[in-house]
Ligand binder design. Structure first.
Ligand code: AVJ
Length: 306
């Protein structure tokens, strides 16, 4: 893990626009901080989606009856998984996540809560194809589940590629239930990604602390500031850290210098419209079957069909 972290940092921090892959934000500390973000007043994303999902769970059996096979991408702590399995009663539930320890614990928890469901934990990220168990693939009704607007985290074009790969792995006739944050007023977005309690800033800066904890990188945290910017052309929030003074970072003996004012990009958070989701879904071999949203239309839950 450390080797991979070191390799990805060396690669990301030697590019003209320095960047760190977003998956490194989620170590144990980062995952806790993200949970804390979801409880802030300003970060509307999680609670808006949860509200819509209550309606979705009521209507989804029409498309995905009991006994189906469901695969969740990025299952995390598994809170959403519990609600989904409780509502849809699938016979097979596959949880895919990068954090192995976290995943094992969540899968164990799911098994004890739902003894009639066959629960699998698969370690993997979304940059490649994920091999799904045969009991999933053999089920007549297969559905992917990708909540939380994690789809917004990809690089430009990455979401469409991901949808095309998952169209392959889930198979012909499959369904895909995706939660995606929608384009809205800039002020609301800026507040959500720089909350007044300062938790998001801690979350972003944690990746630098992690470099010190795991790689002894010697980053001076007092010389960095977390930032969140709206990029209207790409319809995304861009998060990262900016150096307040020139810096040198030590990556396993390799020195990386950072100029004053230089930004290290840590995350994209793309925002969608019905049209933009429709466009990438089609281009990836899916049709949008249904869309659910909240009264303010801040968040969309999209049901795709292959
Ligand atoms: C977990 C990727 C959906 O983009 O809203 C929240 C991550 N980062 N605040 C998002 C995040 C800072 C979040 N996702």
């Amino acid at each position: 893990m450390n080797d991979e972290f070191l390799r990805d940092l060396r690669e990301g921090l030697s590019k003209p626009q320095k960047s760190i892959p977003p998956k490194y934000l989620y170590d144990a500390v980062g995952s806790e901080l993200f949970e804390a973000i979801t409880r802030t007043e300003d970060y509307y994303v999680t609670r808006t989606e949860a509200g819509i999902m209550e309606t979705v769970y009521g209507e989804l059996p029409e498309f995905c009856p009991p006994g189906a096979a469901i695969a969740e991408f990025g299952s995390g702590a598994g809170v959403k998984s519990q609600r989904l399995v409780d509502a849809l009663k699938p016979s097979v539930y596959v949880m895919i996540d990068v954090a192995e320890e976290f995943l094992k614990a969540s899968a164990e928890k799911m098994r004890s809560l739902f003894p009639d469901t066959e629960v699998h934990g698969v370690v993997g990220d979304f940059s490649g194809t994920v091999a799904l168990p045969s009991s999933f693939l053999e089920n007549e009704c297969r559905m992917g589940f990708f909540p939380g607007s994690t789809i917004g985290n990809f690089e430009a074009g990455g979401a469409q590629d991901f949808l095309a790969r998952s169209r392959e792995s889930l198979g012909k006739g499959a369904l895909f239930l995706i939660g995606a944050d929608l384009v809205k007023d800039e002020d609301i977005l800026l507040a959500a990604y720089d909350d007044s309690e300062g938790i998001t800033r801690q979350f972003t800066l944690n990746v630098l602390e992690r470099m010190n904890r795991e790689l002894d990188a010697g980053v001076d945290l007092s010389k960095f500031e977390a930032v969140a910017l709206w990029n209207p052309t790409e319809a995304r929030m861009e998060l990262g850290v900016v150096a307040l003074a020139p810096q040198a970072i030590n990556l396993g003996g390799e020195r990386i210098s950072i100029e004053k004012g230089e930004m290290i990009h840590t995350e994209n958070s793309h925002k969608y419209t019905r049209e933009s989701m429709d466009r990438i879904a089609r281009a990836a071999g899916w049709e949008v079957e249904r869309v659910w949203t909240d009264p303010r239309e801040w968040f969309g839950v999209f049901l795709l069909k292959a």
